[in-house]
Design a protein around this ligand. Structure first.
Ligand SMILES: NC(=O)c1ccc[n+]([C@@H]2O[C@H](COP(=O)([O-])OP(=O)(O)OC[C@H]3O[C@@H](n4cnc5c(N)ncnc54)[C@H](OP(=O)(O)O)[C@@H]3O)[C@@H](O)[C@H]2O)c1
Length: 327
């Protein structure tokens, strides 16, 4: 496929108040990547673009990129530069997993996209290594670990959830005992087994027994990290169980809560929500801002170099880029 035929649709669901995720639109003529913040469709040609566009919501959150712009977007996306938690690393794994699934379905588009996707992975790794390596880890797990600080060593941490986010955060919750609770207990056991493979000596306990067992763990834990969506039925009981601890130190980090305002959590002084975590990161240093700017420029440069010749890692010299005013 020629780079000129590459098209990308980008829907920022989480950025639009009250927006609802569109119904899943899978098909052999579009490579879809779904995350909790966005949906991205990679397509070849204008016909496929028009068909896919009709299936996305027609609100202002939909962006469309073509050719080198589409490739530059994909490099930024894979580097975490489109993420709210800027430069986070989990997104790269999510894209790789989505690609594996799409590839396994064996469509003609998968074969056409394959060389571009390989180059995309290569370019994203290069941009990360050159520009984002010294930013420090920006994964959700590393941020949670930083927020817990010394509290992480001071008593058990209860992790609620066993999905994608919980799996990314759990390896960072070292220090004291880790307690795992999940609605589906088997998934918590699975996560525990995974953690055991990395470190057999790690103290991990799966909490079983429904709501009462979960609430007892809320009262007993030093810290709680929530990686499930908020739940009107259970949240009041969770907050009450946490309050039972009295004046004991500890934190609740709720990554399923978009903002601080959600009831009944907002009055909990020890609460850090996902929104608050994003705010902390926004207050990043000038050095970090410049580094990110350079990384974004590097994504654009990669796309321009690929548009000049796709098949080698250095298809043209940097001097060629001078021909482009946009740089
Ligand atoms: N993935 C990310 O990068 C990311 C980043 C920021 C915030 N978040 C937020 O974190 C939360 C979890 O995301 P995820 O990506 O881990 O999703 P996921 O992979 O689909 O996992 C969902 C988790 O939430 C649990 N869950 C879902 N509905 C529940 C309910 N009504 N009651 C109790 N448990 C419930 C699931 O339990 P079962 O195993 O029993 O189904 C599972 O543990 C979401 O609110 C998401 O918006 C995710």
């Amino acid at each position: 496929m020629d780079l000129r035929d590459l098209n990308v649709l980008h829907w920022r669901g989480a950025h639009v108040a009250g927006a609802r995720a569109p119904a899943t639109v899978t098909g052999p003529d579009r490579f879809l990547i779904d995350t909790c913040q966005r949906r991205v469709a990679v397509l070849g040609g204008l016909e496929a673009l028009a068909a896919a566009r009709a299936e996305f919501p027609a609100d202002g959150a939909l962006e469309s990129f073509a050719g080198a712009d589409a490739y530059a977007f994909l490099v930024r996306f894979a580097c975490g530069l489109e993420s709210k938690l800027v430069a986070e690393t989990e997104i790269f794994g999510q894209i790789k997993e989505a690609w594996r699934d799409f590839w396994d379905r064996g469509s003609p588009l998968a074969r056409q996209l394959s060389p571009w996707v390989q180059l995309l992975f290569q370019d994203a790794k290069a941009v990360r290594a050159q520009h984002l390596g010294k930013l420090g880890s920006a994964s959700y797990g590393s941020q949670v670990r930083r927020l817990l600080g010394e509290q992480a060593d001071a008593g058990p941490t209860l992790l609620i959830g066993a999905g994608q986010l919980a799996q990314a955060v759990a390896p960072w919750l070292t220090g004291s005992q880790l307690w795992l609770y999940n609605r589906t207990a088997e998934r918590a056991h699975e996560l525990s087994r995974e953690l055991g493979k990395r470190d057999a000596a790690r103290p991990v306990r799966v909490i079983e027994g429904g709501l009462q067992a979960e609430l007892a763990a809320w009262s007993g834990a030093r810290n709680v990290v929530v990686c499930v969506p908020s739940d009107a039925a259970r949240d009041a009981a969770r907050v009450a169980a946490w309050r039972e601890r009295g004046e004991r130190a500890g934190s609740v980090i709720h990554l399923g809560l978009g903002s601080d305002g959600a009831s009944p959590w907002q009055d909990l002084p020890q609460l850090v929500s996902l929104g608050a975590l994003f705010e902390m990161l926004r207050a990043q240093s000038e050095v970090r801002r410049r580094q990110l700017e350079r990384a974004r420029r590097a994504c654009r440069e990669k796309a321009l170099l690929r548009s000049l010749g796709a098949n080698s890692s250095h298809p043209h010299s940097w001097e060629d880029l001078a021909a482009f005013d946009s740089l």
